[in-house]
Design a protein. Structure first.
Lengths: 557, 349, 198
């Protein structure tokens, strides 16, 4: 039985001027529009931070290169890291969460639509504040410059003594402001998931996407807040003469590290859990099987959430902690590998016995599985603290975390873009361009990040604007840089695909993938009110039940 | 038939192993060094202990990788949708308690094994006791150079650390206390030990016992500011007799030479003495490296340039040409003064 | 193109959720607790580590009276919310005003304490580690009291304008959760600063 969708009063396109449309977008509180705003914002900064990375790699293509000065290089890696984490990955994940969660749980919007808008604009303003530093920071040479203290801004390098001018303050304030946005979004996600599920959708029946974002939101609340606290302390040190991190007054540089990494480690799970959410939605649909072991997937995620709060000092193995402390963090770090590894096996179990279709979303998710496996294993290597006394702060670490963030998270993100593009735009993307994007990017990814491990193993530390010849690092750095251009080409193809398909793509229909979750039951793109009637469900795959009334899921669950 | 099939797999397997070992050997063979800073070419006990652990960890993770990679590859190939597909959905399997239990228990066991191996090496490195023959060094990190003091031996030097070789006949490990005068740094000479940070108000310590004489390279491994990249490390491991001789030379005050007295006068009346010490003269500054035996070093500016008269002259004239952003100011001297000053410094052997 | 409607025959009539406002407020409280935890950890870490300057036991005096004021305000706000649920707007207004007064008294106490510390004891945020951690922790809490009082005052204004009725009881209770949180934080801060750290 089907219901007509309620006719929306038609508005002729010409009657809404550009200013009116702009006003609508700026004042929107609709979760779908805010989702798109987050995503567009993130794509812009992806290009900016990607250019920063490209310049970094050109500088490092050979020893003693002078493409940029050390001062510029140090700002580049600081801005690249800060931008990618806070103004690319977090916003794009929040964007997808905002767009999809209400649709997947059968709600009309998020719990607090105005808080949603407020959070987006806070995040957006934070990014603009960070980049304003390029002209506004009035550093030692009066020209204004971006922060150059590294994305984790260790004390006492960030004190007034060693960071003159205001560049560090731009870093601090930009992240403080966007941090409030992140916490707002997290509160919104939690309230939405806990309070707005449609009838019949118990917590045990909601899509894994909702579960993973719920736990991600909990982590944001517990993790971003310590960073906020540490940054307030830094501002007090820099402007009110405080001594939190003032080693001359008996303060501790190490305590900054603890506070930062109490944020920094759960933060990486904030980044990866939504990527797992994408994989957990895409892999089942393209294998034509339900997710293998839904209860354990939920349990493993909760375990990851808890354990992730206890591993932070594995970023500090070289700081000189006691052997007891080192041992503790070795155990906790290795322990978190168990639930994470379990997830890989569950995705494997999902594909096993299925009928896999290699459309673009699935290509990216399959690559994710292989690459995340490797990334996790290099993580375990670093979890063995003495091994980390070499690997830490070297290019091995840089390779590892890019393997997770690019090879894991970004690949899942590309999968998500392709998977939900038809829903968000009503058009189908070009599969040819999607494959071209995939192959260009994966070649570039492996050229860059596979070979990047090697200089780390040969003693190359990170954050150096140049390096000495004769250390055996030259060839590897050359290969790493070449890979960047393949990745850039892939991104350009991706952006072109998005734009071209938006205007010229074939109409996609409600359910191009024969999916099973609620977002595929409504129009593409969904109307402002999402559903004409609020659905009620009986299993984890309501559309499967509808399409297979003789063999519905709720008999087995 | 079956023996032929398994033979083929055995050959393939051994070929793979040879590749793995071959590349591993290339990494680890000091006779054909890939790099003077190769972490797989340990020359000192802490580095050797870590090397042993790393082989174990690599073997375990390598095995995990092979198993899971193979399973993933197999599933992607075997369970792909065929062109001849009948369009029906495959069996909808929701999970399997036995399988999920197995792939929980096995990783837990692996984690326990890895932890125990790790804890052992942590104990070896962090609980090392001092001997009577231990050499004590205090390393102080500065932006962007290394200060070394041998308190018991009365020596202060910079940037090039000398230690005695420590072999089974005569154990002479070196314990290094790590302090910082400004921001965070990290001491990393991969062939000798893992890195340990130098953090202000947080003294750390590490030890090395290099078995073979030679020069070991490394560099600062904790971002400390503009010239973090050129805060290089050079550790000179010498036979005990040579090391003792070096200590004796370093303890002497600066040799005074009449020929260079004009340069010495310039040194002592411009700002040089605010930052630098030359033992036995009025120069007693502590912000920059001790220059008493400057000419005994192979490099200047913490390894950024080799120690030649031209480089020395250039360094004094315009440090930013060699190490932009270093904290040594350009000395604004005339050409004659510069020549005289360089000549004086050349006498500080 | 029409959308598919998902309705399954046995509609649940017992479908219920926790109210959004409360869940959101608990989320905010969780985030704020994490921020305060870090400041408390810093305070405890630096106890006894100041290199110079006045030490806690030399200059701190235990603010018993103002603590009683603040903690009593939790009682009055609780009673106020209960009154509103029973549609007793007058009683609600009186108790709400009492809450604001008690909160303001607490702030006044903090202000006089700080005035004494700064001008008589010479302890400022930049004096030493104790000064830095003390003013930051107590100040962060005080800031949250100020924000709370601002919100409470807004409700007071609406009440005086006659716009607050029993149907707003849920909103008022959510706001009172925030106030209870502020009081709980004070219990922790009090213990850390005046009991443990002195």
């Amino acid at each position: 039985m089907s219901t007509e969708s309620i006719a929306w009063p038609s508005m002729a396109a010409e009657s809404r001027s550009f200013v009116d449309q702009l006003h609508e977008w700026i004042t929107t509180v609709d979760h779908k529009r805010l989702g798109i705003l987050y995503i567009a914002y993130a794509l812009f900064f992806l290009v900016v931070a990607g250019i920063e990375a490209t310049v970094i790699r050109i500088q490092l293509i050979r020893p003693h290169n002078d493409f940029v000065s050390p001062q510029v290089f140090n700002r580049l890696f600081t801005m690249h890291g800060t931008t990618m984490i806070f103004f690319v990955i977090m916003p794009v994940l929040f964007g997808f969460a905002n767009y999809l969660i209400p649709l997947m749980i059968g709600a009309r919007d998020m719990a607090f639509p105005r808080l949603n808008a407020f959070s987006f604009w806070m995040t957006a303003f934070g990014g603009l504040l960070l980049y304003f530093s390029v002209v506004g920071a009035n550093g030692l040479y009066g020209a204004g410059n971006a922060p150059d203290v590294g994305w984790f801004a260790y004390a006492p390098l960030t004190s007034r003594t060693f960071s003159v001018g205001h560049s560090t303050d731009f870093w601090t304030l930009a992240l403080l402001v966007s941090g409030f946005g992140s916490i707002g979004t997290a509160i919104n996600i939690i309230a939405t998931v806990l309070c707005m599920r449609c009838p019949g959708m118990t917590l045990a029946k909601m899509p894994l996407f909702a579960w993973l974002n719920l736990i991600m939101a909990g982590l944001v609340i517990l993790a971003v807040s310590p960073l906020t606290a540490a940054q307030i302390m830094l501002v007090i040190d820099r402007y009110l003469g405080g001594h939190f991190f003032d080693t001359q007054a008996g303060g501790s540089a190490v305590i900054w590290m603890h506070f930062f990494w109490v944020f920094g480690h759960p933060e990486v799970y904030v980044l990866v859990l939504p990527a797992f959410a994408f994989a957990s939605e895409i892999i089942p649909v393209f294998s034509r099987k339900p997710i293998f072991g839904y209860p354990v997937m939920v349990g493993a995620t909760i375990a990851i959430g808890f354990i992730s709060m206890s591993v932070w000092a594995h970023h500090m193995f070289t700081v000189g902690m006691s052997s007891a402390a080192n041992n503790f963090f070795v155990i906790s770090t290795m322990a978190i590998a168990v639930p994470t590894g379990i997830k890989i096996f569950n995705w494997l179990g999902t594909m096993w016995g299925g009928k896999i279709e290699f459309k673009a979303p699935m290509l990216f998710c399959i690559a994710f599985l292989f690459q995340f496996l490797i990334a996790g294993l290099t993580g375990i290597m670093q979890g063995a603290a003495p091994f980390d006394w070499h690997l830490g702060n070297s290019y091995f670490v840089v390779a590892h975390f890019h393997y997770v963030i690019v090879g894991g998270i970004l690949f899942c993100l590309f999968g998500a873009f392709y998977y939900w593009f038809p829903k968000m735009t009503g058009k189908m993307y070009s599969e040819t361009l999607g494959r071209l994007h995939f192959w260009l990017f994966i070649i570039g990814f492996h050229l860059t990040f596979d070979f990047m491990h090697i200089p780390g193993l040969l003693g190359m530390p990170r954050r150096i604007y140049t390096y000495e010849p004769g250390r055996g690092w030259d060839t590897w750095n050359l290969i790493v840089t070449i890979g960047v251009f393949f990745q850039a080409a892939g991104i350009l193809v991706f952006l072109a695909n998005l734009v071209w398909s938006y205007y010229r793509g074939k109409p996609a229909g409600n359910d191009p993938w024969d999916g099973w979750t609620l977002e595929w039951s409504t129009n593409s793109p969904p109307p402002a009110y999402n559903f004409s009637t609020i659905p009620s469900v009986r299993s984890r795959r309501p559309l499967w039940d509808l399409k297979h009334p003789d063999d519905p899921d709720w008999i087995y669950e | 038939m079956r023996s032929q099939g398994s033979n083929k797999w055995r050959v393939l397997g051994s070929q793979i192993l040879i590749c793995v070992y071959g590349s591993g050997a290339a990494f680890a063979d000091p006779a054909a060094p890939l790099s003077p800073t190769n972490i797989f070419a340990p020359a000192s006990t802490p580095a050797k202990s870590i090397f042993g652990l790393s082989l174990f960890v690599l073997a375990v993770t390598g095995a995990i990788f092979l198993v899971v990679f193979t399973l993933l590859l197999y599933s992607v190939v075997k369970f792909r949708k065929r062109p001849s597909d009948d369009g029906r959905e495959p069996p909808q399997v929701y999970g399997s308690n036995q399988v999920e239990l197995a792939w929980t228990i096995i990783p837990i066991l692996i984690v326990v094994a890895l932890f125990m191996a790790t804890a052992r090496v942590i104990a070896i490195v962090q609980k090392q006791k001092r001997l009577d023959t231990t050499i004590e060094v205090v390393a102080i990190g500065h932006q962007f150079w290394w200060e070394y003091r041998y308190p018991a031996l009365g020596v202060v030097t910079a940037n090039e650390l000398h230690v005695p070789a420590s072999d089974d006949n005569h154990l002479a490990p070196t314990f290094i206390k790590l302090l910082s005068a400004d921001t965070d740094h990290s001491f990393w000479v991969p062939r000798l030990a893992g890195k340990t940070d130098l953090i202000p108000n947080h003294p750390n310590s590490m030890w090395i016992d290099p078995h073979e004489a030679g020069i070991y390279l490394g560099q600062c491994a904790q971002y400390c500011g503009t010239q973090h990249a050129k805060m290089l490390l050079r550790v000179y491991v010498q036979p005990l007799a040579d090391f003792d001789r070096w200590i004796q030379e370093q303890r002497q005050p600066a040799t005074v030479s009449n020929a260079a007295s004009q340069g010495q006068r310039i040194f002592e009346t411009t700002a040089c003495i605010n930052c630098h010490t030359v033992a036995g003269t009025v120069a007693n500054g502590h912000f920059g490296p001790d220059l008493t035996h400057l000419m005994s070093r192979d490099t200047i500016a913490a390894g950024a340039a080799s120690n030649t008269p031209e480089n020395l002259r250039q360094w004094i004239l315009n440090p930013n040409a060699i190490k932009p952003g270093s904290l040594m100011p350009a000395m604004q001297l005339s050409d004659q003064d510069l020549d005289a000053l360089t000549a004086y410094l050349e006498t500080l052997r | 193109m029409s959308a598919t409607s998902i309705t399954v025959s046995d509609q649940r009539t017992d479908w219920d959720h926790p109210p959004r406002g409360r869940v959101g407020m608990f989320g905010l409280i969780a985030a704020e607790s994490a921020i305060f935890t870090i400041f408390v950890v810093a305070y405890l870490f630096y106890v006894g580590k100041s290199l110079t300057g006045p030490m806690p036991k030399d200059v701190l005096s235990v603010p018993i009276l103002y603590t009683i004021c603040l903690l009593s305000s939790s009682l009055t706000i609780h009673l106020a919310a209960k009154s509103l649920r029973r549609s007793n707007v007058r009683s609600f207004g009186i108790l709400w005003l009492a809450t604001i007064a008690l909160g303001a008294a607490f702030l006044y106490g903090t202000a006089t304490e700080w005035h004494r510390l700064i001008y008589q004891e010479g302890l400022t945020i930049s004096t030493n580690l104790f000064g830095t951690t003390y003013y930051s922790l107590v100040g962060l809490h005080g800031f949250h009291v100020v924000v709370g009082l601002a919100a409470l005052s807004m409700v007071m204004v609406f009440t005086l304008l006659g716009k607050v009725r029993a149907e707003h009881a849920e909103h008022v209770e959510v706001l009172s959760l925030y106030w209870h949180f502020v009081d709980t934080v004070w219990v922790v801060v009090f213990t850390v600063v005046y009991v443990i750290g002195r």
